[in-house]
Write a protein that binds this ligand. Structure first.
Ligand code: E4P
Length: 223
């Protein structure tokens, strides 16, 4: 299972990368907006430079999302984003226009992450449009009392039936249990917020066990 970090924050990306378990990064316009210090002077060019910085830190797919609504505009933006670095994956929303853009971009060798996916039919369309990744948003489904992980299970099953090569990237993860369930279902990737990556390794018995080992280790004197 691959671990991506779900953030645009360079410090978080560096810290997660230093752990040695990071395989890629996902961003979206909301995550980018969070790290902008001077919103009045942040340009699209600044956004692209920021994505380039992320690519310098992490050796793996870095998702950068289009911010336009028509297929034509998404294609133009997607081509520009893909030029930043060979690791850039263009994120397109699973709308009618997004689908057309995905087909066009993937047909020209640009990797796509189909985003804002909330149904198995959307995931089927993403695979048929040649997306490299499909992003079901589990947390946002849970938020509206719908079992987000059930969607992941459906998509994994459907993709297995037809041997689609599109990777299932579980997005909108809110807690470690989401990661456990995604792994048990066999999802290819989990994109995880920095805080949750930290929570993955925490266990009170590890902390108390280590404290005791360190206390008992005091019996060993320097020779
Ligand atoms: C990542 O690809 C998604 O954009 C992200 O996981 C959405 O997360 P949220 O539902 O917490 O905003």
């Amino acid at each position: 299972m691959k671990f991506f970090i779900d953030t645009a924050d360079l410090d978080e990306i560096r810290a997660a990368n230093d752990l040695g378990v990071l395989d890629g990064v996902t961003t979206n316009p909301s995550l980018v907006a969070k790290i902008v210090k001077d919103p009045d002077n942040f340009t699209y060019r600044d956004f692209k430079e920021h994505i380039a910085k992320i690519c310098e830190i992490v050796d793996g797919p870095v998702s950068a999302e289009v911010t336009t609504l028509t297929a034509e505009e998404m294609v133009a933006q997607g081509e520009e984003l893909a030029e930043i670095d060979e690791n850039v994956v263009v994120k397109c929303p699973l709308t009618l226009e997004g689908l057309k853009a995905m087909r066009h971009l993937s047909g020209n060798g640009i990797r796509i992450n189909a985003t804002l996916v909330f149904s198995p039919t959307q995931a089927l369309l993403a695979a048929k449009a040649g997306a490299s990744f499909v992003s079901p948003f589990v947390g946002r489904l849970d938020d509206i009392s719908t079992e987000g992980m059930a969607l992941v299970e459906q998509i994994v099953g459907i993709y297995e039936n037809y041997r689609f090569s599109t990777e299932v990237l579980v997005a909108s993860i809110r807690h470690p249990q989401h990661v456990v369930e995604a792994a048990m279902i066999g999802a290819d990737v989990a994109t995880i917020p920095f805080k949750v990556i930290g929570q993955l390794l925490k266990h009170p018995l590890t902390d108390s066990g280590l404290r005791r080992f360190m206390d008992d280790a005091a019996v060993m004197k320097e020779s």
